[in-house]
Design a protein around this ligand. Structure first.
Ligand SMILES: [Zn+2]
Length: 464
């Protein structure tokens, strides 16, 4: 029979006293006494840089047992052999499956090829398994408790905060708030990434490949990660659910965050911000059939145009006069003295009350789980109550999202010269404003007409 010797150096008391050469001599003597050929000697040094991560020697021992290269594992003692309960369990299982033996210099041998040996191994194994499970239970409960207390989970430094996740970094925090605002105003994720990169901000993630170790620049997906992280409205999530008010300060109000989620998940009727180059493509309507308006340039004459997406026969017309007219009408509407009411009247939402309601509903959800765990609720009652509260919570979040979205108009209404402000907006932002305020319908321009006729573009207000 062939044996594999396993030696381990660690910084515990026996590990230091028991040098590797002493372990080795004792194990080789054990092999000689039993008449075993030593196929290999594996050593792990827990003091090395690999400590806590991998034990290549131990993995080799497992492999040798599993592949039948060795039928006996020799070690100085059980606690030299395994560092933790999980590894212990893996070793027992490998030996049991192969009928291998454990021979210890210091301790009784275990022969997994006999019924008695397997019995002892099973008993030792189930103790090990129970300890592993209890440990992960403890870790799970600790994670839940930390979440319910609004504590941070750990991990990379979150953008906008110090490494502890608690202290705000003002410059980054301002960028986050501006990012949310721009997104709600129709700026695509990729453009927000470009802005942050231009401002010199980097993600907490390290690059791979050519520039490995350097911080990664912002991308669409890392910006999306920021905008969808409940941390930024000061909430702590656990397993995808918001479970508590966080201990760190919020960078945006809850309704702003909810509005961003509505757009990210396509819950809102709003056109998802995209890089559409034309003001009205996808949001304008055809006056003939009600279908969507598409960009339809006349390539031969190099003129930008719009046409019906359903049929070219419905209409095709020049884009510029239409866009100029829409800009004038929107600016005129937002310049009226009552424009401020568009914000308040349209939302009709009592934000502080909505926020309080959502918080209360989430707390209720948490206490339901506790009541269920304490046996005060049956599974059926828990399900029914959870469904009811989730429905109310969804309604409150939806109302907040609507309220948050209308903030797009804020910067335009607060200014004195609306038209000048409009002209500074990006196309994506203008599209968001139009989509909130009005439905624009394009009719055929009329045969042979050279001058723009305002009657051929109708603008219907969504917000009164
Ligand atoms: Zn049409």
């Amino acid at each position: 029979m062939k044996a594999i010797i396993y030696l381990r150096i660690s910084d515990d008391r026996t590990g230091l006293q028991l040098g590797v050469s002493r372990q080795r001599e004792d194990c080789e003597r054990k092999a000689a006494e039993r008449g075993l050929t030593v196929a290999a000697i594996e050593t792990d040094n827990d003091l090395s840089a690999y400590s806590g991560k991998r034990r290549p020697g131990f993995e080799n021992v497992l492999k040798s047992v599993k592949t039948g290269k060795a039928q006996v594992v020799i070690a100085w003692s059980l606690d030299r052999l395994q560092r933790n309960r999980r590894d212990e369990l893996r070793l027992y299982e490998a030996c049991r499956d192969q009928g291998a033996q454990l021979a210890l210099v210091n301790g009784a041998d275990l022969d997994f090829s006999t019924a008695a040996g397997r019995f002892v191994a099973d008993a030792l194994g189930s103790v090990a398994r129970m300890e592993v499970e209890m440990k992960s239970d403890r870790q799970r409960r600790a994670a839940q408790q930390a979440a319910a207390a609004g504590k941070r989970a750990g991990g990379r430094r979150p953008f906008g905060y110090d490494a502890d996740g608690m202290q705000v970094r003002p410059a980054e925090a301002a960028a986050v708030a501006a990012g949310f605002e721009s997104f709600l105003a129709g700026m695509p994720l990729g453009e927000i990434a470009r802005v942050w990169n231009e401002q010199g901000f980097v993600t907490g993630q390290a690059r791979r490949g050519a520039n490995a170790g350097q911080p990664s620049p912002w991308t669409r997906s890392s910006v999306r990660d920021v905008l969808s992280n409940p941390r930024y409205m000061g909430k702590r999530a656990h397993k995808g659910e918001i479970v508590a008010d966080a201990l760190w300060p919020a960078l945006v109000p809850e309704e702003t965050w909810q509005a961003a989620q509505a757009i990210l998940t396509h819950r809102s009727g709003q056109v998802t911000p995209n890089a559409a180059k034309y003001l009205l493509s996808g949001i304008g309507k055809c006056g003939v059939c009600g279908g969507n308006v598409h960009a339809g340039a006349n390539a031969r004459r190099g003129v930008r145009g719009y046409r019906c997406a359903e049929s070219t026969g419905h209409f095709a017309r020049k884009a510029e006069p239409v866009e100029e007219y829409v800009a004038q009408v929107i600016a005129a509407r937002l310049s009226l003295p009552d424009a401020g009411h568009l914000l308040t009247d349209s939302t009709k939402a009592d934000l502080p009350q909505l926020r309080a309601e959502a918080t209360a509903l989430r707390q209720r959800l948490n206490s339901l789980a506790t009541d269920f765990a304490d046996g005060e609720l049956t599974a059926q009652q828990l399900r029914a109550a959870t469904a009811r509260i989730n429905e109310k919570l969804a309604a409150a979040e939806h109302a907040m999202a609507d309220a948050g979205r209308v903030d797009v108009l804020g910067p335009l209404i607060k200014t004195k010269d609306v038209r000048a402000a409009w002209d500074t907006l990006r196309t994506s932002q203008r599209r968001a404003v139009i989509d909130i305020l009005a439905t624009v319908t394009l009719h055929p321009p009329g045969r042979g007409t050279r001058t723009f006729n305002p009657d051929t573009v109708s603008i219907e207000w969504k917000l009164a």
